[in-house]
Design a protein around this ligand. Structure first.
Ligand code: BV8
Length: 240
């Protein structure tokens, strides 16, 4: 099985998705038992769904907040944190996950592309997001103390823009000229944009591209290497 060798002239950009947290017991979105099996995306992961029934959205995220709070990082998370310790500023992790398990495993150079389960913000005003680990019973909806608007999970929903500073941080890392880029996507179906397009950006700058996934992804063909299997088993030996 080919391994991913990194030398001093290499930098590593990692993109993770729900498959990395699956081995910690956190449900993925698509495929068997996925979250989207019971909850229609448009009802719980769009601003329109929140406007229509905020209590339903809070129930959905409160359940996930409670589930994630009881989960631990797995060997896949720990391997990624170890790569960061070895590579320093030649490493960056962009995660689509909102469960905070990368940070629990010790990752610090993390871009949370789709927000965080443990952060809440106002849906109406620019009040700064705040850390919030509360599990609201029965989807209770709180009001912002500044504008009396509704508080919402600090999550990027479908149809909402990702934070410009997050995309800039990933883009700047991709465009560095001091080292060769390696791009590794792990545990993601490659279904959601703009993260699904990162592999194209990596190839445009001459980067080598790797996918580690339990199944072929929507964009598997874009990767130079595809290692099929479970991230918790593969990542601890993949990078040398
Ligand atoms: C935006 C909320 C501007 C957080 C999420 C271009 C073309 C087409 C459409 C678009 C486009 N640009 C934008 C869009 C629209 C849309 C989009 O991409 N739609 C898709 C579905 C067609 N994108 C957006 O709206 C984004 N905003 O671009 O704004 C715009 C808007 C409209 C139109 C143009 C421009 C916002 C995207 C963020 C949406 N928020 N979730 C939450 O609730 O968690 S996305 C949601 O999907 C999660 O964040 C999740 O992380 C993400 C991706 O899913 P995955 O992580 O990949 O998980 P999935 O279950 O799919 O797959 C898991 C994989 O793991 C599987 O392949 C499985 O085989 C594997 N696996 C399982 N176990 C293991 C494993 N692998 C290894 N080991 C294991 N043990």
């Amino acid at each position: 099985m080919d391994t991913l060798h990194l030398d001093d002239n290499t930098r590593l950009l990692v993109l993770t998705g729900a498959g990395v947290s699956a081995e910690s017991g956190i449900r993925t979105f698509r495929g068997m038992g996925g979250l989207w099996e019971n909850e229609p995306v448009e009802k719980v992961a769009t601003p329109e769904g929140f406007d229509e029934d905020p209590a339903r959205v809070w129930r959905f995220y409160s359940e996930r907040r409670a589930a994630a709070a009881s989960c631990e990082p797995n060997p896949g998370h720990r391997a990624i944190a170890e790569w960061e310790r070895k590579l320093g500023d030649r490493f960056l992790l962009a995660t689509q996950n909102i469960d905070g398990l990368h940070q629990q495993a010790g990752s610090e150079r993390v871009v949370e592309l789709h927000g965080s389960l443990f952060s809440t913000r106002c849906h109406h005003c620019a009040r700064a997001p705040f850390e919030d680990r509360t599990v609201y019973p029965e989807g209770r909806v709180l009001q912002c103390r500044e504008c009396q608007g509704l508080l919402r999970p600090n999550i990027v929903w479908f149809g909402e823009m990702l934070a410009e500073e997050d995309l800039t941080r990933v883009r700047d890392f991709m465009l560095r000229m001091d080292t060769r880029l390696v791009f590794l996507a792990v545990g993601t179906s490659g279904a959601v944009w703009p993260a699904a397009g990162f592999v194209d950006g990596a190839r445009e700058v001459g980067g080598r591209t790797w996918l580690v996934n339990a199944d072929p992804a929507d964009n598997t063909r874009q990767f130079h290497h595809f290692v099929q299997g479970r991230s918790g088993e593969i990542l601890p030996w993949l990078v040398t």
